[in-house]
Design a protein around this ligand. Structure first.
Ligand code: 13P
Length: 260
């Protein structure tokens, strides 16, 4: 894992009541001792209406919070959207961009996602850019070409100086919420290609500093084998992030790869 500290993200998606969200957050904070947090970053991505409450609960804990999405615009007449500065105001330090449920589910294009990356970074948010191929694309042998295109188009205009604020999440669409995860070898192979491409777009040293997370049906029983791969720097967790014990076990799996 080179010198990159692992990161585990919990993407709560559109789940939980406010009370459940607070309860989950409290259970996570109880389980995340300083020893774990010294070895593994933890970021939570709650639904927008809960961000303020979760921000209050996590303040000073070492657990960071982020938006599940951000507007491509700085402000103005964009009904229903949330700006980067609003996310910062409620305590977010980062945002997801390009999650497949937006990219494929809502038809967000690479150019819109690129605008989101640039606006978020300009405002001072860290960005977790999600990339991943569909099952059709995988079966027709296009996985790598598709993922690298998403990467290159998503990062147009991002300067090498901002790479320290970038995380990539490789989330094959066919693995999200399906119980069918990529094998550790498949994940490593794609992560290696992503890192090599970042090395070409920027430089190898900078590419080696970028964390690349795997997402898609990560569970306590498969996490450690995936995280042990040299170019996998943790995970972006959906379903299992809603169960405190599962999520904590996944954080422990990431820490185990640092300790081993
Ligand atoms: P699952 O872990 O439920 O497959 O979701 C992954 C994901 O989409 C995280 O962003």
């Amino acid at each position: 894992m080179a010198n990159r500290q692992p990161l585990i993200g919990g993407n709560w998606k559109m789940n939980l009541t406010p009370a459940d969200a607070r309860g989950l957050c409290s259970a996570l904070l109880d389980g995340l001792d300083a020893g774990l947090l010294a070895k593994c970053g933890v970021s939570l991505f709650p639904p927008f209406p809960y961000l303020s409450q979760i921000s209050d609960l996590t303040a000073g804990s070492g657990v960071s919070i982020g938006g599940q999405d951000v507007s491509a615009h700085e402000n103005g007449a964009y009904t229903g959207q949330t700006s980067a500065s609003m996310l910062l105001e409620v305590g977010c330090t980062s945002t997801l961009v390009g999650h497949s449920e937006r990219r494929h589910g809502l038809g967000e294009s690479d150019s819109v996602l690129n605008a989101k990356v640039l606006v978020a970074m300009k405002a001072g948010l860290d960005v977790m850019l999600c990339v991943g191929e569909t099952l059709d694309e995988r079966e027709s042998g296009q996985s790598e070409a598709i993922v690298l295109q998403q990467l290159q188009e998503g990062l147009q205009g991002v300067s090498i100086n901002d790479l320290g604020r970038l995380t990539i999440a490789y989330e094959p669409v066919w693995a999200i919420g399906t119980g069918r995860n990529a094998t550790p070898g498949d994940a490593q192979s794609m992560h290696q290609s992503i890192r090599a491409d970042l090395g070409k777009q920027y430089d190898v040293g900078s590419a080696n500093g970028v964390r690349i997370l795997y997402g898609g049906s990560v569970k306590p029983d498969n996490a450690e084998a995936i995280f042990a791969q040299p170019d996998v720097d943790g995970g972006l967790i959906g379903g299992a992030s809603l169960q405190s014990e599962d999520f904590l076990d996944i954080v422990r799996a990431a820490v185990a790869t640092v300790d081993s």
